[in-house]
Design a protein around this ligand. Structure first.
Ligand code: ATP
Length: 194
């Protein structure tokens, strides 16, 4: 059976960067955030979102991620409602995608909220990407052109690194990219022997 390797890490840790290294090695990689974004525009999802959050989160009749984010980041119960709409659909889509890769020894599921959503429970192994908080904040400020306050706001809803480390099988310290790449190569070899 195809093994599912979860790949996660806090905002700005470099999950996507690391996921791309695995993809370069030929591992099929599922980026949950990207798929979730697409699902946001499905007609039945648009309908549900406008019912739950009102027309004010729409721009030209489709959900506006910025508007949605500003609503859910301030109100955890709203975030839960949004997740309840999106997550079951992403889970189903991932299951279908995995079925299409049943000849592979393993696939990677990259998700920012792998732990927070509980989907780590469906993974055979979990890889955590870490970097010091200050570094992560700087990276995101630069990448997204946002203030430190905004990054901290987004981090608030994520689990602490300590809590995540306890539940992870592999940890990639992503500070120096070359060092991180070496860790990817090592983990790649190890998971082949599982
Ligand atoms: P998010 O959760 O916000 O999607 P992420 O964990 O997927 O973030 P990336 O998008 O991979 O993180 O990386 C964040 C930014 O930091 C990117 O601009 C990326 O190019 C840069 N970056 C990643 N790793 C390193 C590194 N080791 N050194 C310097 N910059 C890095």
């Amino acid at each position: 059976k195809t093994k599912i390797i979860g790949l996660t890490g806090g905002i700005g840790s470099g999950k996507t960067t690391i996921a791309n290294y695995f993809a370069d090695l030929g591992v099929p990689v599922y980026i949950a955030d990207t798929e979730a974004k697409k699902i946001l525009y499905f007609p039945e999802v648009v309908q549900q979102i406008s019912e739950v959050f009102g027309e004010e989160v729409l721009t030209d009749n489709i959900p506006d991620r910025k508007k949605l984010a500003s609503v859910v980041f301030k109100k955890p119960e709203k975030l839960e409602q949004l997740n309840a709409i999106i997550h079951p659909r992403v889970r189903q889509h991932f299951t279908d995608w995995t079925d299409q890769h049943k000849d592979e020894k393993f696939v990677i599921k990259e998700a920012a909220i792998l732990f927070e959503s509980g989907s780590f429970k469906d993974c055979d192994k979990v890889i955590l990407v870490t970097a010091p908080k200050e570094t992560r904040i700087k990276r995101v400020m630069k990448r997204d052109g946002v203030s430190e306050k905004e990054v901290l706001e987004r981090m608030k809803n994520q689990w602490s690194e300590e809590k995540k480390k306890k539940l992870s099988d592999f940890i990639i310290e992503n500070i120096d990219l070359e060092v991180a790449k070496n860790q990817v190569n090592k983990i790649y070899k190890t998971i082949h022997t599982l």
